[in-house]
Design a protein around this ligand. Structure first.
Ligand code: SAM
Length: 190
């Protein structure tokens, strides 16, 4: 039996599947083990383009392997660098930017997303969004530094203009307040 929309990542995939079309340009801001990148590459198809960022070579290698297995390697540019360099690397507008915050599962936890770089990247992501484009942010508050980062993301999202963006904060009503949640930012469609 499946678990459906059991977490923030599953919910982000639900929104991405609704919004993305073949040929779209999109960004995975934290590619990690490559699960989100794989979905993005599948949704944008052979004419689309994905930029996938991570600061850890180990993460990029795992993502590269996953993409190669699926035959999607050529539609993805792997970027070994921080997502705070987003606008330097991606110079065209995009339909989606995906953030899955925290640390790489199965790796030492020293390398973790931080409020300063996450907010810098979110600012750039919002500026790169096409009309109707979305940013998804899976937020984890449980690890050291996670609550401060979550607060920073919530504060950033709450300050976005209601005349330009829809902002949703989605958390499960039957889970603890500490459970991961999803922020979805949609630029108003044209
Ligand atoms: C929760 S994991 C991502 C999981 C991934 N999306 C997946 O599908 O497997 C978070 C990732 O963010 C990466 N990261 C940390 N700081 C970063 C930064 N400034 N820019 C880009 N990636 C960063 C970590 O190395 C880690 O791989």
């Amino acid at each position: 039996m499946g678990r459906g929309l059991s977490g923030a990542v599953q919910l982000s995939h639900f929104f991405l599947q609704e919004r993305l079309k073949p040929g779209d340009r999109v960004v995975d801001a934290t590619c990690g083990n490559g699960y989100d990148t794989l979905l993005l590459a599948q949704l944008v198809g052979p004419e689309g383009r994905v930029w996938a960022f991570d600061v850890q070579e180990k993460a990029l290698a795992a993502t590269e392997e996953r993409l190669a297995e699926a035959g999607f390697g050529t539609r993805v540019a792997l970027v070994h660098g921080g997502h705070e360099r987003l606008a330097e690397v991606v110079t065209e507008q995009v339909r989606a930017v995906v953030f899955n915050l925290g640390f790489l599962p199965g790796a030492p936890r020293e390398t973790v997303t931080t409020p300063e770089t996450t907010i810098a990247a979110l600012e750039q992501a919002a500026a790169l969004l096409l009309p109707g484009g979305i940013i998804t942010v899976a937020v984890y508050r449980g690890h050291p530094g996670g609550a401060a980062e979550g607060d920073a993301v919530d504060f950033w999202a709450a300050a976005l203009s209601p005349g330009r963006f829809n902002v949703w904060r989605c958390r499960q009503g039957n889970r603890s307040e500490a459970a991961p949640y999803l922020i979805v930012v949609e630029r108003f469609p044209a």
